[in-house]
Write a protein that binds this ligand. Structure first.
Ligand code: 5GP
Ligand code: ZN
Length: 114
């Protein structure tokens, strides 16, 4: 999608620090990390939010979780654990309109989320 920040990052038009990439997903370090490890994982197709997940595109979401499992092992946070977050819409705190999952680790997180 033309005006989408994360589509531009996927295309390489906006630079990012790549952590992982395959045919379906792209993962990069968050510009404003909230934990020692903070990776953003996005599908390589433009899906606006969790509201737009359908039977046709949900395989991309599965691929995101496959990638998260690989990345966590590569970062060495699989043993201690980590948190995967998707913010959806205004109340969810979504600020970029291309679905993305935050993979955060390297510290203890509180619950419930703020
Ligand atoms: P959201 O609030 O939508 O769930 O998460 C958007 C995330 O994208 C935020 O954590 C923010 O720091 C990150 N972000 C926004 N713009 C950029 C950018 O240009 N580059 C990178 N690497 N991360 C970004
Ligand atoms: Zn996009």
């Amino acid at each position: 999608m033309e005006d989408c920040l994360f589509c531009k990052i996927i295309k390489g038009d906006i630079p990012s620090t790549k952590v992982y990439e395959d045919e379906y997903v792209y993962a990069f370090n968050d510009i404003e990390p909230q934990a020692p490890h903070h990776v953003i994982i996005v599908p390589k197709i433009h899906i606006k939010s969790a509201n737009e997940i359908t039977a046709e595109n949900s395989s991309y979401i599965a691929k995101i979780f496959e990638a998260a499992s690989k990345i966590a092992k590569e970062l060495g946070i699989d043993e201690n654990g980590y948190r995967i977050v998707n913010n959806c819409g205004k109340d969810g705190g979504q600020t970029v309109g291309h679905i993305h999952f935050h993979l955060t680790g390297g510290r203890q997180f509180g619950w419930p989320a703020g």
